[in-house]
Design a binder for this molecule. Sequence first.
Ligand code: SAH
Length: 250
Amino acid sequence: MRGDERLVGGKNDNMMINSTNVDQDEIRKFEAFARKWWDRNGDFKSLHDINPLRVDYIRGRTGLKDRAVLDVGCGAGLLSESLAALGARVTGIDMGEAPLAVARLHQKKNGYQIDYRQVTVEAYAEARAGQYDAVICMELLEHVPRPASVVSACARLVRPGGDLFFATLNRNLKSFVMAIVGAEYILRLLPVGTHRWSRFIRPDELKGWGKRAGLDCVDLSGLHYNPFTRHYWVGGNTHVNYLMHFQRGG
Ligand code: SAH
């Protein structure tokens, strides 16, 4: 392990000094699919489908042009490139080597200059505290052992008054039926094993971690999908997928 990949300082919730907040099984899972990331109809089809909605949600709530934006758990750069296309100066961090390699290649094709780095958000927060106008962390929290530590690191990275956006999955019976049984086993929207239900996060848990990190929750919205019409929309209930917008007090 490289020094910059360590969790330094032991300042975060429930965190042991020098233990990483990275589940290597999760990283391997995304490495295995890395080549297919930009296949519009492949294993990441659902991420492609929801991407415009996420981008609209973010751009409606924060300025992007010429702003310093951090995409935490950026994968192969699906969201990072959309933000760069709107004029943001984007840094993307992830712990998967293969998705980052795909991201670097893909952005060349499109002429973006996104700064991609393999580093944990906790280590990055030690070096770049307060340097971002917006920090975005989508579909990552449900893949890490200690999500509260990620939220707290994201909070340190954003400048006072800046915006933070999270997207994740709620934990209840409906999300088990819809996101695991329905999406993975019946409709095959995602590869089997993509998610572990026990790692899903209730909105009140996320709100609480944000509050402890000095963040104010300014919006909670549901993200919905009708698999039969392939129609996606934001709003309404937050029983399964949801988005949360925080601001750092300042
Ligand atoms: N945020 C992107 C990709 C989500 S997939 C999007 O929504 O389009 C989840 C990503 O999280 C994968 O790229 C995986 O490599 C990464 N990941 C998993 N655990 C991580 C960790 N502890 N630190 C950083 N990245 C991690």
